[in-house]
Write a protein that binds this ligand. Sequence first.
Ligand code: SF4
Length: 372
Amino acid sequence: MKVYWRYTHGTRNTYAALYAACEREGFVLEPASAPARDITCYSLNSLNSRALLIEMEHADCITVAGGPFATACYREVAKKADYVIVGEGEHRLPSLLSSIEAGTAVESCGIATRRGYQPADSMVRLDAWPPFSQMKGYVEISRGCPFSCAYCQTPRIFGHGMRHRSIDQIVLHASRYRDARFVTPNALAYGSDGRKPRLEKIRSLFRQLRNNIYFGTFPSEVRPEFVSEEALNLITTYCANTNLQFGAQSGSNVVLERLNRGHTAEDVIRAVELCLDAGLSPVVDVIVGFPFETDVDQRATADLVRWISDRGKIHAHLFMPLPGTPLAGSRPSPLIPELSRMLGSLALKGKVTGSWSDPKIAFCGSCSNDRA
Ligand code: SF4
């Protein structure tokens, strides 16, 4: 039985993990740029789903869909795909492929079809699955997030409990590359419950890695209130990165509160100052155009962006409503001219990257995870 992976650029880390998971069961996920027989697997997100759903509907093969969009909208996707994997795919995809090949009944937990859906009854233990094999990927060190930012799909897909890959397993997988780069919703939460850092775990990890370590930089950003002198001391002692990336999202405490971010604009300012004291350049993520933002809120974001731009860089993008989140179905607010003009002029000076007019450009959707 031939199995293909519908390759798209933004889903390559998911491909790496599922390639490794399927390989263990004897299935090789060949990359494909169009559906092909016998089976083609898709990872759907809010950017690619419109085109790929049309493609799937007309596909002359068995189609399997997963990913954040398919997880949030499984009923809609099940009208176009033969099988929809809801949530994590490491166990379900190879098990589904085995059932299809053997012609036996498909284990229904966590898999939706036109006939119905039964929720999953288990979650993946990261140590049980390699993060990649032949297909290069980053090492996913943690999954799940205890926070509930209103725009983010991560806790809605992976749950609110943080799970971590063990240090031994991280070191083993990282040893395949010279540089170690990680996927996690919050790198400084490694080894913890996600709310209170356990820096001793991070220190042990760093001590055992033999790589050039990149930590707290894409794709493993951190939360601002986790930035401390001690944490930065660990990074500057053991890691190769010269910058630290974290999410501010807004300069307005009213907006941060409504988003349920769990930190304030003052936490962001403090994190920027700590970075500078430690000799690291801050790179701060900002989302503009939240649906409930007022002119006053946008001015507060403009003030914060201006202040950061004198000290570091900003990655800005326009709010995009994601399915399965409390802000699904809402629309971005228009930007006040002062904010859009300022972002444009700072972009020309190389201080701002991203897009604040089209959410489809450079949108990440959560801290960093694209895996489902
Ligand atoms: S944005 Fe980051 S901290 Fe907030 S819920 Fe998503 S993963 Fe968690």
